[in-house]
Design a protein around this ligand. Structure first.
Ligand code: SD4
Length: 329
């Protein structure tokens, strides 16, 4: 699809969208994809480099994309300095750190957990839900109970951590304690990988939006929103304000755009644009997507400055580690 036709398909000319950064960046969209070499792993944000290294230990020894993404995002879950993934994450409004995660493979097998407390690796429990139950998603107390029965241990350190607790207490002083999103406190890790056999898998894990309402679940553990894989087409994962992503079934919408012929970055662009059109009043809405197709081509796009993602792949002279910054000014 030519870029012209693609932009026309989006209705940019007639949409009358007035979001300045977006109109500027529209011109920068590439219809030619990056990549094409595999094995390959890509993931969101700064912590993606370490997470990719974790995944690479599986991919480089002929392991599956599914095992690789599980191991990769687990690296970030264990990083207690990370304030948006795992038990080092910021708590909800009631002071609880609640975790969401999901995983999916090229055969559409998937598992998810949400609203889970006190486990170091929600991604491992999501994988177990996929492998050991006829279900896709377990949440809250039931998920915790099942995880314990399956041999997963609760952590034995104090959460939230002291520093996180102090921040939370500070926040409480000013908080009006009403529902809303705090776009300053976001992150999450979404990871997509293709193994040496050309099979794709993905994983996504988060502590969600900081100071969310207790019980709130975002897009990250929802198959089709925070993550979606179709073995015939490719995969996508999301980061940012989960409510906005859920409203358009974000990750599956990106995959469907690729099915219609869009390159990965174009597909991310299309869905981001759709989200913006639905939230014209929101200044500073943060949403980003990563996508990977079955040729090993990848791309990412977000509505805000500073979005970055990390890629590790097989190159002509061995492994290549790269970081892509998306800065649209
Ligand atoms: C959520 N999407 O819970 C997650 C948070 C996130 O960048 O990705 N922030 O809504």
């Amino acid at each position: 699809m030519s870029r012209r036709r693609f932009l026309k398909n989006l209705g940019l000319a007639s949409a009358g969208v007035t979001l300045t950064p977006f109109n500027t960046i529209a011109e920068n969209i590439s219809s030619s994809a990056l990549g094409g070499k595999f094995p390959l792993v890509l993931s969101t944000w700064n912590h993606g480099m370490e997470a990719n290294a974790g995944a690479w230990s599986i991919l480089s020894t002929g392991g599956s994309a599914l095992d690789a993404v599980q191991k990769g995002v687990a690296v970030t879950e264990s990083d207690l300095t990370n304030r948006s993934v795992g038990l080092g994450g910021r708590p909800d409004r009631d002071g609880h750190v609640t975790l969401d995660a999901c995983i999916m493979d090229h055969d559409s097998k998937c598992g998810a957990v949400a609203f889970l407390e006190d486990f170091e690796h929600p991604i491992d429990i999501a994988r177990a839900v996929m492998d050991r139950t006829p279900h896709v998603m377990l949440v809250g107390r039931g998920a915790a109970q099942w995880a314990l029965q399956q041999g997963f241990d609760k952590v034995n350190f104090q959460v939230p951590l002291r520093e996180v607790q102090q921040d939370y207490e500070e926040w409480l002083k000013k908080s009006e304690y009403k529902s809303g999103v705090n776009v300053e406190n976001h992150d999450t890790i979404g990871m997509l990988a293709m193994d040496a056999n050309g099979k794709i898998a993905g994983a996504c894990t988060t502590s969600g939006m900081a100071y969310k309402v207790h019980g709130r679940v975002g897009d990250s553990p929802i198959i089709g929103s925070g993550l979606f894989i179709d073995g015939d087409v490719g995969g996508a994962t999301a980061t940012g304000v989960g409510e906005a992503v859920i409203r358009v079934s974000g990750a599956s919408a990106v995959v469907e755009a690729m099915r219609r012929g869009a390159a990965p970055e174009e597909a991310c662009y299309e869905v981001t644009h759709r989200i913006l059109k639905k939230h014209p009043e929101v200044n500073g809405l943060q949403v980003g997507f990563l996508a990977l197709n079955t040729k090993g081509e990848y791309g990412g796009y977000s509505v805000y400055d500073g979005f970055n993602f990390a890629v590790r792949h097989e190159g002509q002279n061995g492994m290549v580690d790269a970081k892509h910054f998306r800065t649209w000014k």
